[in-house]
Design a protein around this ligand. Sequence first.
Ligand SMILES: NC(=O)c1ccc[n+]([C@@H]2O[C@H](COP(=O)([O-])OP(=O)(O)OC[C@H]3O[C@@H](n4cnc5c(N)ncnc54)[C@H](OP(=O)(O)O)[C@@H]3O)[C@@H](O)[C@H]2O)c1
Length: 448
Amino acid sequence: MEEETLTAEEERRRRKSAARRRRRGERKSQWLLRQWRGSELMEIMVVKPVMVVVVLKKRRREKEKVAEIGRKTDLKIPNRVKEPQEIKKLSCLAMETTPSESSSTPSTTVPKKKQGLGWNPLSLPPINNLTCIVTGSTSGIGLQIARQLAESGAHVVMAVRNTKAAHDLIHKWQSEWTGLGLPLNIEVMELDLLSLESVSRFAEVWNARMGPLHVLINNAGIFSIRGPQKFSKDGYEEHMQVNHLAPALLSILLLPSLIRGSPSRIINVNSVMHYVGFVDTEDMNVISGKRKYTSLVGYTGSKLAQVMFSSVLHRRLPAESGISVLCVSPGVVQTNVARDLPKIVQAGYHLIPYFIFNAQEGSRSALFSATDPQIPEYCELLKSDDWPVCAFISQDCRPTNPSEEAHNIDTAYEVWEKTLEMIGLPSDAIEKLIEGEEVRCRYGDRQE
Ligand SMILES: NC(=O)c1ccc[n+]([C@@H]2O[C@H](COP(=O)([O-])OP(=O)(O)OC[C@H]3O[C@@H](n4cnc5c(N)ncnc54)[C@H](OP(=O)(O)O)[C@@H]3O)[C@@H](O)[C@H]2O)c1
């Protein structure tokens, strides 16, 4: 009897706890359901993983596509541009020779640990018969380009806004060069890229000399890190004007001199940052509010616009003009461009010099593109193969592929047309200049 009461009691307890567990389970599942419906859990467990899978798949497809495009370019490289092995050999030679033996004298000693990076300074072929214009040559990469070209015998024109600084530099270089060869053939001309009128005036004065121009290096650029949005007196966002519009106007207005100097080259010091750039031809000044302006948006957009414009220019210039158009990446270089970075980041720059180029190392891709004898043939091959973009030379002097967006031909042509409109040139400016006809620019007087 007692046993029976115990079992009934146990049974009652068991049922009670089962009911409690069920209620708890129900509450839990209801909570889960609420979370699910409230989409938090749904987002964490379903939406996000699905998004990750979709994005990864898209990236993979893009990567494969770019690799395919890259392979296509690579096929053309070995025969036309020095292979890495050859470059390495060259670099070893450059490092083994003493300053007086080398065609270009090292302006600074190469730190031992950096020899692993190779070929610094880049050994240049004889260039005594070249006339080169280098914009923004009072500091950083441009300064090194101008100095090394001049020390290798070229006639160099420093196109700068601070002419006094340029004259001071020439004075210093000449005195350091004394006894090493003929005096450097180098001069200064004023150019302020924040004024399209100044660009037009510069081109007018240069073209009036009726001399040849062999190399135009559009190096000057700005990256006003964390700075507010600013506009030039021409009404354009400053990054867009200095990094893209003004160099574009300069390149086109100097075409008559570049044709006289043919085979000649236009080299744009660009950046890998164009990979994250976006250009909206309806909103070149980034004022519509569709995108929030930051200096990064301004800088990357201007660099992408330059690659796109250069690609169309490269395609529009007929082979007979003998003008090659290239973009180059200098790498991450410690220059004044970092002056606006927070102090702590600048200190970091000093702590990790091994991974960051100095200005001389950063000048190699532009110097290589300006002087390597195989560059014109390589550019021509890209053109005859209907390659959609111009040559893009990487920081280690190898042909590389610009961003996927740079391959967007429709946008590139939109950028081309919009740019011509903004710099005040007619849409048939190239064709007219090639034919030797006059072209009027809104920002200046009559051009040749
Ligand atoms: N440093 C890097 O890590 C890096 C990376 C990728 C690409 N780049 C590109 O490399 C190029 C050279 O930059 P950098 O690093 O050598 O910088 P930098 O030391 O600041 O030199 C920039 C040069 O451009 C000139 N400049 C600026 N605004 C000008 C204007 N309105 N008119 C005429 N000249 C002007 C400057 O002249 P002032 O001295 O008068 O200001 C200076 O000579 C730029 O196009 C930059 O975007 C640099």
